[in-house]
Design a protein around this ligand. Sequence first.
Ligand code: CA
Length: 285
Amino acid sequence: MRFDMKSLLAATAFAAFLSAPALAQAPAVVPYRYAATTPSNCVDPAGFPNFLNQMRREAQAQGVSPRGLAALDGLTFEIGIVRRDRGQKVFTQTFEEFSGRMVPPRMGRAVQMMKRHASLLSRIEQEFGVPPGVLVAIWGLETDFGAYLGDFPTVKALATLAYDCRRPEKFRPELIDVLKIVDRGDIDPATARGAWAGEIGQTQFMPSSYMKFAIDYDRDGRRDLVKSIPDVLGSTANYLRGHGWQRGQGWGPGQPNFAAIQEWNKAPVYARTIAHFAERLEAAK
Ligand SMILES: [Ca+2]
């Protein structure tokens, strides 16, 4: 069990690295004060408070109110997150290996979820054109249907990666976006935890995707991708539709909707695994 869990997290970390929420939208390139310095300066914790002040000013300039800005208060630099980011191993599993490890253990629970949430999934399919099996497959592969969201404090993780010099142009806008998400009351920064790269919620949205595609599908006034299953599944369908999903078309490799799945996750093995899992779930209905 423990081994399985580690494998899942390794796969998830890899998925995070290549995931569509991470890479689908090219982040705006902003001038970065560490760009001209050597990498070693980028992980000096002494510069972190100044960096947070700079981010605070930038967020404020983009309209973030004190509630959102407060999420930066007292944050500390976490070198362990930088090590994770730099220590990602090359993914060498084949589709057969990866899908064979990920899909069969989740099949029973996935079928249960298809039944338990049938009316919600049907409503989503009518509205967005995305079949239930696709959403349940993604939900299962990302977090085991919401069971394992990750333990890293989300804002701290994003602030650390925004400060580090490896990919500031990606993570700086993500940090500002998470402050906006906190600001509008969608998530609580004190309890928001997730994967090390700052993904949020049961299908692991990066903040920029959260801003663009999260919807309040249970109509309680918040776009809550951490706790609300209707919000999670509706938003995931909204993401796929926003990336070109076509109602009534197939999603296997070579079919029109495979491209939307690849926007979810660029890694071919992962995308094929989503497609295969979804196919099996739809066949089992
Ligand atoms: Ca909601």
